[in-house]
Ligand binder design. Sequence first.
Ligand SMILES: Nc1ncnc2c1ncn2[C@@H]1O[C@H](COP(=O)(O)OP(=O)(O)O)[C@@H](O)[C@H]1O
Ligand SMILES: Cc1ncc(COP(=O)(O)OP(=O)(O)O)c(N)n1
Length: 513
Amino acid sequence: MSAEVSNPNPEASGPVRVLSIAGTDPTGGAGIQADLKSIAANGGFGMAVVTALVAQNTRGVRSVHVPPVAFLREQLDAVSDDVVIDAVKIGMLGDAEVIDTVTRWLDEVRPPLVVLDPVMIATSGDRLLAAEAETALRGLLSRAHLITPNIPELAILAEEPAATTWPGVLEQALRVSERYAVRVLAKGGHLEGAHAPDALVDASGTLPERARVVEFSGVRIHTENTHGTGCSLSAALATRIAADGDWLAAIAEVKRWLTESITHADSLHVGEGHGPISHFAGLWSRGGLATERAAGEYLEDWWQAIAPIRHRANTLPFVEQLGAGTLDRDAFTWYLAQDALYLRDYSRVLAEASKLAPTPEEQAFWAAGANGAIAAELQLHQGWLPEDEVFSTPPAPTTIAYVDHLLAAAARGEYAVIIAAVLPCYWLYQDIGTRLVAQSHPEHPYASWLETYADEVFARSTRSAIGYVGEAVRRADPETRARMFEAFERASAHEVAFFAAPLEARAVPGHAE
Ligand SMILES: Nc1ncnc2c1ncn2[C@@H]1O[C@H](COP(=O)(O)OP(=O)(O)O)[C@@H](O)[C@H]1O
Ligand SMILES: Cc1ncc(COP(=O)(O)OP(=O)(O)O)c(N)n1
């Protein structure tokens, strides 16, 4: 017995990569087309190597074209030379030459999980495996970890008449399991009655608690549309077993998924005969079609929403005169003193963001920002104004209001809101700085200041801050999003008032220099 009850690829991360080796169905209900849908619906990444091109529809098979086996081998090698294969599902093989080619490839590549659906005859009665190829197919069984024959196929493998009762199916499946040393998924789809049971049968007794048969009950859905159920089941099993490793749990999940997909088959209206099952019905009904907004989209909306505030910022006399270099020097140093006062508390708020950050990367980013804000304050004293001048300058109402807004956000301790509140100091500043630096020149009186806020390091920090806030908005519930935007919008307004103050509030009695 080649199967282990353990994950064949525990190292794998991301969706399992499942290769279907099968024939085609241009109407999409069976064969390789159904396999790819099943693999995707069960969380895997589907790949496909075509053994035979089948002109068929929901009413039956018209003709079969088997391409040269050399080309089949090229397809197989193209996949295995490039991709790590977590599982293989084998369906229609057509003839003995194809079986021989696939067998050789399996022996060389040794995929960790092989699920073989021994496709022989379609429900329509058409042959999908040449009669003389049945012997070759038997040779392939021992290479599989699981085979999924329907009742007529099980009978052919057992070389016995078809079972007519469920206990009879299980007994026959045990004989097949023993004879070919392979696990068998016995299927009750071809029986009649209210139930459609399946069972995992392992004559070697390696199932949990040394069981030889584990049954999976299922209700029978009354529908004519069951085209491709066998294909879909085996591809889904390969996917779930490879991903989970727990065979019994994987089979139970697949059975639940298949029953749901059969239940919704009638809603598809594909073809006039036996229509296909609805592989994605469960996903669709549970919101699987909903797309998620990217983090950047939220912040693009925020940026647009504060367009009037940004416009005011760009047309402030302070900003215009700063850019032109005509700004009164006293107004500028007063502004710098306010900035120094602001940066002390801004640094504390960034430190709080660092404390609450959900990842070490974000923690380090906000901590570096806190450090940078204090470093910028110290630099202001060295470059522009002595420390005692900062202390002798009373904080303006605009400074107090801005800082209070940030400190209040920090005190409430909601990380997402704090980082939304501190963002305008990055984003608006960088935006204004980039505009102003275009007016800088070596003789510009404020050149060194202008360049601080338009340099690449600050631009990079701004991009990171936007990225972290964007991710936080994306993760947040609608109420938190609203609180975040409010904090951002109010901080943006404070930011602009802060820029306006040197030429507006400074003139207010009691707040003058
Ligand atoms: N009408 C149905 N209602 C519920 N499950 C079904 C129905 N028909 C088939 N199944 C399930 O679909 C899978 C494939 O079944 P089966 O018809 O036996 O094989 P195949 O499609 O290979 O002929 C099995 O899990 C079986 O239990
Ligand atoms: C190309 C191809 N492969 C297999 C089948 C048989 O499909 P199956 O899942 O056994 O279901 P039915 O179509 O027989 O109900 C096929 N038709 N085509």
